[in-house]
Every structure is written in structure tokens, then in C-alpha cells.
Ligand binder design. Structure first.
Ligand code: NAD
Ligand code: UDP
Length: 327
């Protein structure tokens, strides 16, 4: 099914989770490059509004569908992004989260096999769990609890990676696997519970900034445009090279992020300390040697710059249009 690029540089591309935070940015890039893009989404953590600007484009369509059900279409490439990514969302219905990662990925791999499409799986730094190695290279097997509150996501994504490599070895499916580290930017759901959205919305509203634990745990935050650039490069490089980390290697403590959110928004908010959720990883920092070598990729946007754009976006939202999580 893969199109002959000599004849037609424009591909038919399926993006599952295409109306979510990363999926909507990815669809926008692909549509603007001229490809025929189909966003498949069940709207669990997103809304059609996220792709409002694309709806009148002739090379874009949205299909309401759940990846845990089979889907038949003829395409050249599949980006499998469907899965809730915020702990609040993926722990809301953990059994469904696991089904989305495992059955959903199996359905998309089956589709890729049938139509000979190349498929990119959105994996995650969570496959490293609470890492004992830092920075984390792709060779590190991780330190993951298989029965904790985060396991539905971590183990679901690990199983999804296993499926990708087995479909590749067993059926010759042309796979790419990206391990995405914490990504932020305009288009995030303001109430999805992730740390950047929480801190910026709290700071803009003058509310307390909720640091969990002592705030000494670290994360490495990648601006969304850098991330999308990395995964498009990975999809379009010709060789399957195993999983590839895409993330920004600059590491910050959560307390430093809280201080940056206050400074950026010139907020009067105070930091408060709340209990640390179960199995919260203490550190996370990608080793991006492989992305540099195979993709010629590295992030360009420093956190201090990206956070200004994210703050402008959250400041421009009518928050009454977004639902707060129910738990
Ligand atoms: P998101 O929650 O904004 O987007 C996920 C999208 O998938 C939403 O539109 C949601 O409605 C859809 N979805 C969920 N379950 C579905 C199902 N069963 N069928 C169809 N659609 C479904 O999250 P995001 O940040 O855009 O993450 C996108 C992908 O990237 C996810 O697979 C996530 O695990 C991965 N990832 C993201 C990050 C990050 O920092 N944003 C980090 C690591 C991995
Ligand atoms: N966090 C926090 N306050 C919040 C939300 C999150 O201190 O309001 C912490 C959380 O405990 C974790 C880090 O910020 O240590 C990143 O959380 P997030 O949910 O964004 O992503 P994770 O990397 O944990 O999946």
C-alpha cells in the first residue's frame, strides 16, 4: 500500500489520538505539508475544538472511533498516539488504559500488516519506571512496578512495544518506536493534571501551586514543536533502529518548575506541598545520543522560552469550556 514517493510525495496518514495534545500538533504539521490526514479519536481526553483550524481543510478529516475496536482503512503511514497520557486520566479507568495500549496497538499493527503501512508507536519514558540509571539510554530495561497505580500505563506501553517488535520480527511490519519524555506547550488540556498545565493555570489564577512531595523529583521538559519534529524525522528515516528517546535532556526539579511558573506569570501564588502520589519516579532525563546520531535531531526550545508560550496559551483560554477531572 505504501505510496511510490517518486510519483506522489503526499501520503495518506492515519493519526490515532489525533485530536489530543500531541496528535493535534502532529496533524497540523502533516496537513500543512500537504499529506492526506485522518485523525481517529474517541475524545476521552480531547475535543474536536483542538483541531478546529483544520476542519475546513480538504486534506483533513476526523473519525470518531475507539482503537480497541478494529478499523479498516487504506493508508501509507500510521502514528499510533491514542492513549491517555496524564496520570489523572490514565488512572481514571486503568483497565481501559491497558486495553487501549494493548488491544489498540494490536489493531493498528494488524492494520499496518494488512495494508503494508509503516507504523510509529508512541511509547514513553515511563517504560523506564523509577530509573536507577541517569540519564536513561534506550538499552536500559527499566525499573517498573507491575501492580501499582501507574502500572496500567507503564506496563501497557511496555507490552505495546513488545507487540511492535514481534510484529516486526514475525510479520515484517515496518515499525518505529519513539519513547517520548514529558512534553508541554500550547494545546495541553488545562485540567489534565500534568505538572506544567497545573502550575501555569494555578499561577495565572493566583491559586496555590501544588508541589507533590518535597519537589526534589526531576523531569526533563520538551517543547511540543521539538517533539513533533523528532517523531516526524523518526517516522521518515529509512532504517528501523529500535526504540528512540525523544525529549529534552535539561533536567529540572519540580520545585524549580514551580518557581519558574511563578516568575514567568509574575504571579503572587505561594507553593504548597502535598503528598507524593504512589510510584512517582524520582528522576527522568533522556540520553538522546541515538536521536542525534540517527535523526540528526536535538531540541531547540529551552524551558524558559517554551514556558512563556505555554503561559500565553493558558492565559488566552476560556477555562469554563473545559471539564475538570472527576477524581
Ligand atoms: P492526550 O491525552 O492529550 O491525547 C491522547 C488522545 O488519545 C486523546 O485525544 C484521547 O481522546 C485519545 N484516546 C485515548 N484513548 C483512546 C481510544 N481508546 N481510542 C481512540 N482514541 C483514544 O495525550 P498526549 O499528551 O497527546 O499523548 C499522546 C501520546 O503520546 C500517548 O500515547 C502518550 O502515551 C504518549 N506520550 C505523551 C507524553 C507527553 O508528555 N505528552 C509523554 C510520553 C508519551
Ligand atoms: N506534580 C506536582 N504537582 C502537580 C502535578 C504533578 O508536583 O500539580 C509532580 C508529579 O508528582 C511528578 C511530576 O510533577 O513528580 C510530573 O508529573 P506529571 O503528572 O506531569 O507527569 P509524570 O512524569 O509523573 O507522568
Amino acid at each position: 500500500m505504501a505510496a511510490d514517493k517518486e510519483k506522489d510525495p503526499f501520503l495518506r496518514i492515519l493519526v490515532t489520538g489525533g485530536c489530543g495534545f500531541l496528535g493535534s500538533h502532529l496533524c497540523r504539521r502533516l496537513v500543512n505539508e500537504g499529506h492526506d490526514v485522518i485523525a481517529l479519536d474517541n475524545f476521552f481526553t480531547s475535543q474536536k475544538m483542538n483541531v478546529k483550524d483544520l476542519l475546513d481543510k480538504p486534506n483533513f478529516e476526523v473519525v470518531r472511533h475507539d482503537v480497541t475496536k478494529e478499523f479498516f482503512i487504506e493508508v501509507d503511514q500510521i502514528y499510533n498516539m491514542a492513549c491517555p497520557a496524564s496520570p489523572v486520566h490514565y488512572q481514571y479507568n486503568p483497565v481501559k488504559t491497558m486495553k487501549t495500549s494493548i488491544i489498540g496497538t494490536m489493531n493498528m499493527l494488524g492494520l499496518a500488516k494488512r495494508v503494508k503501512a509503516r507504523i510509529l508507536q508512541a511509547s514513553t519514558s515511563e517504560v523506564y519506571g523509577d530509573p536507577t540509571v541517569s540519564p536513561q539510554p534506550e538499552e536500559y530495561w527499566g525499573n517498573v512496578n507491575c501492580n501499582g497505580v501507574r502500572s496500567c500505563y507503564d506496563e501497557g506501553k511496555r507490552a505495546a512495544e513488545t507487540l511492535c517488535f514481534d510484529y516486526h520480527r514475525q510479520n515484517g511490519v515496518d515499525i518505529r518506536v519513539v519513547r517520548i519524555f514529558n512534553t508541554y506547550g500550547p494545546g495541553m488540556h488545562p485540567y489534565d493534571g500534568r505538572v506544567v498545565s497545573n502550575f501555569l493555570v494555578q499561577a495565572l489564577n493566583g491559586e496555590d501551586i501544588t508541589v507533590y512531595g518535597e519537589g526534589e523529583q526531576t523531569r526533563s521538559f520538551c517543547y511540543v514543536d521539538d517533539l513533533v519534529d523528532g517523531i516526524i524525522r523518526l517516522m521518515n528515516q529509512e532504517q528501523t533502529v529500535g526504540p528512540v528517546n525523544i525529549g529534552n535532556p535539561c533536567e529540572f526539579t519540580i520545585k524549580q518548575l514551580a518557581e519558574l511558573a511563578i516568575k514567568t506569570t509574575k504571579s503572587k501564588s505561594k507553593i504548597v506541598y502535598l503528598p507524593l502520589p504512589g510510584d512517582d519516579p524520582k528522576q527522568r532525563k533522556p540520553d538522546i545520543t541515538k536521536a542525534r546520531k540517527y535523526l540528526g535531531w536535538e531540541p531547540k526550545v529551552p524551558l524558559e522560552e517554551g514556558i512563556i508560550k505555554a503561559a500565553e496559551y493558558f492565559g488566552s483560554l476560556d477555562l469554563s469550556r473545559f471539564k475538570k477531572p472527576t477524581k
